[in-house]
Design a binder for this molecule. Structure first.
Ligand SMILES: Cc1cn([C@H]2C[C@H](O)[C@@H](COP(=O)(O)OP(=O)(O)O[C@H]3O[C@H](C)C(=O)[C@H](O)[C@H]3O)O2)c(=O)[nH]c1=O
Length: 182
């Protein structure tokens, strides 16, 4: 597995080794020891999976407040997403900055999202299934969000008319969001 740090501290791209042959491919999609040797060590305790039937679905921008903040390891089982993380650590020199990467069933890329980041993605093709590991359990009372198209963020989403959940239509702007990350 190749681990490439991103410019937002703590975030990294992970690319597994894919063994292709005449049948298809095999890969170790997660290997704790291999990642730990490269400084990626988390106690993931929950696996999540979502299916979005249509392209242009945006889920996010979500995070959980401390003490239930989550590290997330995101990958795509089928389809493709434009995956975005936003640094919401108030004392961070990159507070409010974001990075977007394409994760797909074809590039097998994974994104490690540190605690203190809001996370969201936009699906790029139909029937996109996203899998992700988290190191804290779901905590509805600590679940928060930031509006996907907050002009202060200027995220270059692939669509300006996304399919959104009712909840994702009502998140505050970053300047009004409840944050408790240093
Ligand atoms: C996150 C979560 C949700 N749920 C229930 C709550 C709702 O009844 C239903 C859908 O939840 P939600 O609309 O929050 O799902 P997404 O919009 O896909 O949100 C997720 O996708 C974005 C991109 C994220 O980064 C978050 O991890 C996560 O919030 O699943 C659970 O039962 N357990 C969970 O861990």
């Amino acid at each position: 597995m190749k681990v490439t740090p991103l410019h937002l501290q703590g975030a990294c791209l992970i690319e597994p080794v894919v063994h292709g042959d005449n049948r298809g491919f095999f890969m170790e999609s997660y290997n704790e020891a291999v990642l730990e040797k490269q400084g990626v060590k988390f106690n993931f305790i929950q696996d999540n999976q979502s299916l979005s039937a249509e392209p242009g679905v945006i889920r996010g921008l979500h995070y959980q407040l401390n003490p239930k903040a989550q590290t997330k390891l995101i990958r795509v089982l089928t389809g493709a997403i434009y995956d975005v993380i936003v640094d919401v650590r108030k004392s961070s020199p990159t507070f409010g900055q974001w990075v977007g990467v394409i994760l797909s069933e074809h590039n097998h890329r994974q994104l490690l999202v540190p605690k203190g980041f809001a996370h969201g993605f936009c699906t790029l093709v139909p029937n996109t299934q996203v899998l992700y590991k988290v190191d804290e359990y779901y905590s509805p009372e600590n679940d928060r969000g930031i509006l996907w198209n907050d002009p202060a963020l200027g995220i270059d989403w692939p669509t300006s008319r996304p399919i959104l959940s009712d909840k994702d239509q009502r998140h505050p702007l970053l300047k009004d969001a409840e944050l408790n990350f240093d």
